[in-house]
Design a protein around this ligand. Structure first.
Ligand SMILES: Cc1cc2nc3c(=O)[nH]c(=O)nc-3n(C[C@H](O)[C@H](O)[C@H](O)COP(=O)(O)OP(=O)(O)OC[C@H]3O[C@@H](n4cnc5c(N)ncnc54)[C@H](O)[C@@H]3O)c2cc1C
Length: 389
């Protein structure tokens, strides 16, 4: 079988699992904000925790297009499932691309099976879009690094055993203008106070993107070994550049999530419009609704094509800042628009938790915010366009 056949088979198996096991049960976990342990185990058995990890370290080494299609399928069922693997794989990507061979051997094989979970920690209470303003500090003390600071919005932070942590290394004169650097923190999965000065907050109560935990994490005089500095001394000051490179691929993932949620919203709207009767005929026979469906299908197709094109460019080794920015901007806004359209088509039922469209409506805004808001995507896109002139 060729790689393409393997990918097709994998996506078909995943699609069937999503239809049979995720779609009927997602709300049972989502509404009470319960972690879907069995679903995560099934994802591990599909190999998804190693989806983009190189085969040499036990991963599936999938290309970006296949990974985007997997994320799309998961999100069609329940967007939070894509969140369970996304920041784990961003952490793995940083280790793969910028870690030493010893660091890759140390963490990637157990990350690939899902036995060891990863997360990605850049945001802070006072810095999100303006990531360069982060304040978490890492100071060298002999053969160790000492971490102090507070990190915000750490998705998978409770269950993670490794954290790709971005911290500022002060200059030799002690000032804070020093370079942002990536460290790999090891922690015990679980909530509350950890040994070594790490505290994991209770999970943040969120509008959507429920089931998967997002937490605040603080570090007080937490000690790291030299071997936890990503890429060794060469990594000092390169952390933000490396994180932004990893986030470019993360944006293709978020775009794919947008496509999945938009597909789910469209499918629900189409089915409901054919079934629901008003004024003696199915509401799909009223032109206002039929035109709404036509617009939804067109935007969905455009979002999908932009996302696949960004993934194709990444697979071809081309620059993807412009393509990934456009895909993320358009697909996330499309998911939000289609979720609202689907809710309108459902009338009062769209406002009820008995139908899944209210979940799509709550989940969609996360894609507009996470991994760079729509405004930040417009900055990235316009900068790339202006640089082309
Ligand atoms: C559920 C959830 C999960 C998350 N998971 C993670 C995670 O796992 N790891 C992690 O590191 N982070 C995570 N984040 C953080 C996320 O990446 C940030 O919330 C996002 O980057 C926006 O930052 P902010 O919230 O500080 O908003 P701000 O940066 O304060 O932005 C506020 C508003 O100002 C706008 N704005 C800011 N700067 C400009 C500008 N220059 N021009 C125009 N408009 C601008 C923004 O677009 C936005 O509308 C998560 C967030 C959420 C909500």
């Amino acid at each position: 079988m060729t790689d393409i056949d393997v990918a097709k088979e994998m996506i078909a198996a995943l699609k069937s699992w999503v239809d049979n096991e995720v779609v009927p049960h997602a709300s049972e976990f989502e509404l009470p904000d319960e972690y879907p342990t069995q679903m995560a185990l099934q994802m591990a058995s599909f190999g998804l925790f190693g989806a983009t990890i190189p085969a040499a370290y036990g991963g599936l080494e999938l290309d970006n297009i296949t990974y985007a299609r997997i994320v799309e399928e998961l999100s069609r069922g329940w967007m939070s499932l894509a969140g369970i693997i996304n920041s784990h794989l961003i952490c793995a990507k940083l280790i793969t691309r910028f870690g030493s061979e010893e660091q890759r051997q140390r963490w990637l094989p157990t990350m690939a099976t899902g036995e060891l979970r990863g997360c990605f920690s850049l945001s802070e209470p006072d810095s999100g879009s303006d990531a360069g303003a982060l304040r978490c500090r890492a100071e060298r003390d002999g053969n160790e690094w000492i971490i102090n600071g507070t990190k915000m919005w750490v998705t998978n932070g409770e269950r993670a055993g490794v954290v790709a942590l971005l911290a500022r290394v002060p200059d030799s004169d002690g000032t804070d203008s020093g370079g942002i650097t990536c460290f790999i923190v090891e922690k015990t999965p679980g909530p509350g106070n950890q040994s070594g000065g790490i505290t994991v907050s209770p999970k943040i109560d969120k509008l959507g993107y429920r089931g998967v935990e997002t937490v605040e994490m603080s570090y007080v005089d937490h000690h790291l070994g030299e071997d936890q500095l990503l890429g060794g001394d060469e990594g000092i000051g390169n952390g933000l550049r490396w994180a932004l490179a990893a986030l470019e691929l993360g944006r293709i993932n978020v775009a794919a999530r947008g496509v999945g949620v938009a597909q789910a919203a469209y499918d629900a709207a189409l089915a409901y419009a054919k079934e629901r009767q008003a004024f003696g005929r199915p509401i799909s026979q009223h032109q206002a609704i039929a035109f709404k469906l036509a617009e939804m299908a067109t935007k969905l197709e455009a979002a999908r094509l932009l996302t696949y094109e960004a993934a194709r460019k990444a697979d071809a080794g081309e620059r993807v800042d412009l393509a990934a920015g456009m895909a993320k901007l358009f697909a996330s806004e499309t998911a939000s628009e289609l979720a609202l359209d689907a809710m309108r088509i459902h009338g009062g039922n769209g406002y009820s938790t008995e139908y899944p469209v209210e979940r799509y409506y709550r989940d969609a805004p996360l894609m507009i915010i996470g991994e760079g808001t729509s405004e930040i995507q417009k900055l990235i896109i316009s900068r790339a366009l202006l640089a082309e002139d």
